[in-house]
Design a binder for this molecule. Structure first.
Ligand code: ATP
Length: 319
């Protein structure tokens, strides 16, 4: 089975135990493992695929707890390392009544930001079919250089590059720095997934307009996907474009929906890379990914809410 390597951060989200309560008012917090690349790695294995996570943790209780969660989810951890001094990243996350999130990060610097090029397991990366990453690992050194080196190694080994920027503005020095940093590696990716909100942030345009989305196209791109929350997603390739409708479910928490969607899509690509050129197969994979994203919103947290193949098939059949 083809391996998908997810690179970047894994952290603990501390979420108020009562939805809609502010961080200051909350009496209790629930620990929720998070970090988009780690969620994607777990989404893949939950669907029966093969994944590895490459990143750095503090050599502390939380770091070891997170690595154990990866292992329990059958994610390969041969690319994981620990920092003796820096702590594992934490974030306090408020879940508003509508299920959307607001973040307060504790990273000063956290261990994930201190991953060095020399600590990369390049063999693992070069053996992958897909190398998936976000943009948080680009924010500061030495992790930025490690990210660039990992991408370069993957590319030279013929590994497909997958990019979900996952904009987290509070982590960047400014909105302009975020836009510039995220776009600095734009043209390397074979496949890019952005949300409608991210399209608006990156382009300063209206995400509903095709010309706005297409301003994000680059010549070597095989597929650009725009996710539209409950509405589903839009796809753009050199030869065809279209929409795939989402599923109506009882949403309680949208955390991880995008990662469940991406994990599912990459699992399909790893099985059959020809879906980039075959519109029928692409639409089928995207309908399945929409179902995975939708199911993920029906439970609190990201990793515990990730669907199995049977869960997603049951939702597809019910509609
Ligand atoms: P995240 O919340 O993980 O950052 P995102 O912003 O990257 O997600 P979204 O567009 O919110 O991406 O969600 C990804 C996919 O998940 C959507 O394309 C859709 O298929 C599904 N999805 C998201 N929210 C809902 C919802 N409320 N109801 C049904 N499906 C949803």
């Amino acid at each position: 089975m083809a391996m998908i390597v997810a690179f970047g951060e894994m952290l603990i989200d501390f979420v108020p135990d009562v939805a809609g309560v502010s961080l200051a008012e909350s009496k209790g917090f629930i620990k929720a493992p998070g970090g988009a690349p780690a969620n994607v790695a777990c989404a893949i294995t939950k669907l029966g695929g093969k994944s590895a996570f490459v990143g750095k943790f503090g050599d502390d209780e939380f770091g070891h707890m997170l690595v154990n969660i990866l292992k329990q989810n059958s994610v390969n951890t041969d690319g994981v390392c620990f920092d003796k001094e820096a702590r594992t990243a934490l974030a306090f996350v408020t879940l508003k009544q509508n299920g959307e999130r607001e973040f307060m990060f504790y990273r000063n610097p956290s261990a994930d930001m201190l991953l060095k090029e020399s600590e990369l397991n390049l063999n693992l990366i070069k053996q992958a079919k897909i190398f998936h990453y976000g943009s948080i690992s680009l924010i500061s050194e030495p992790c930025r250089s490690a990210h660039m080196a990992a991408m370069k190694a993957a590319k030279s080994a013929g590994v497909l590059l997958s990019y979900d920027p996952n904009v987290r503005l509070p982590l960047w020095p400014s909105a302009d720095a975020a836009r510039e940093g995220i776009k600095s590696i734009w043209k390397e990716a074979d496949f890019i997934k952005v949300s409608d909100e991210e399209v608006e942030f990156l382009t300063k345009g209206n995400a509903e307009k095709e010309e706005t989305v297409l301003s994000l196209w680059h010549d070597k791109l095989k597929l650009l996907l725009v996710t539209d929350g409950p509405k589903g997603c839009r796809y753009y390739t050199k030869s065809f474009k279209g929409k795939v409708a989402g599923y109506s479910v009882k949403t309680v928490d949208t955390t991880g929906a995008g990662d469940a969607f991406v994990g599912s899509f990459l699992t399909s690509v790893a099985k059959d890379p020809s879906i980039f050129e075959n519109e029928g197969k692409l639409k089928e994979a995207l309908a399945f990914s929409n179902a995975c994203g939708a199911i993920c919103t029906t439970q609190k947290g990201a990793i515990p809410a990730l669907p199995t193949t049977n869960d997603a098939q049951a939702l597809l059949k019910s509609k």
